[in-house]
Design a protein around this ligand. Sequence first.
Ligand SMILES: N[C@@H](CCC(=O)N[C@@H](CSC=O)C(=O)NCC(=O)O)C(=O)O
Length: 281
Amino acid sequence: MLDIVSEHRCFGGVQAFYRHDAETIGLPMNFSVFHPPVESRKLVPVLFYLAGLTCTEETFMIKAGAQRWAAQHGIMLVAPDTSPRNTGIEGADKDWDLGHGAGFYLDATQGPWSRHFRMESYVVHELRELIVREFNANEKRIGIFGHSMGGHGALVLALRHPDRYCSVSAFAPICSPMRAPWGQKAFSHYLGSDQAAWAQYDASELMKQRSTPFPEGLLIDQGLQDKFLQEQLLPVEFERACIEARQPLTLRLHEGYDHGYYFISSFMQDHMQFHHGVMNA
Ligand SMILES: N[C@@H](CCC(=O)N[C@@H](CSC=O)C(=O)NCC(=O)O)C(=O)O
């Protein structure tokens, strides 16, 4: 059953927050949807947004300023929470970069995480199917984007499930988590010590194994004052992998911008236009 937590009129559409019993996760999950103003019964394209470490299903909707552009383009926005909550797993609330709020959009294979931490299956299958079933979503026009840990999620889920997403972009994504401290910590807990398993959730490694997976191109924006850029994000690794895979990539580096939502909101219009363009190509 789908519970409506709250609904708010927004740019002529509706900003809604929902809660449901997620079978994949084995626990209730929260997610948010911006429903753009459209003629009734018209199927609308959908854009999934995956948020970063410490965020919830609210962060993007409150801070990114995406609804104005989504309303203009008639795009539905969907933002899941960033991990299962109230799992009862010991230590899951201890660190901000592991456990609750840090699901890394993968299916954990290691205990105690593997029971509930199944964010890949949840986002790619269960939540998507719920959105298509419950709302006026056009399942042939679904895109994905995200920020930081969620940028990693967007790139990796699109690379692992290219048939499911027609447009992909990211803000300051973790481009090679197996080479970055956040990723190494999360992957060692969720996936164990096998580096081959890590590579299956590393956007740069996945890209090297593909050949032009997104012919319409990818868009990445990155701030140059981002304190995480050098150690955690590694866009150069991904750029190199895209060259190897002949994947068209627009990587824009912005002087003065940091890692936060002031940066994201500054370039949100461009990402919405990018997805609108690719979805309608
Ligand atoms: N607590 C941390 C900072 C956490 C942080 O910056 N989270 C980012 C995502 S980082 C990568 O996934 C975020 O989006 N925060 C939400 C916000 O509203 O800005 C620290 O101490 O550095």
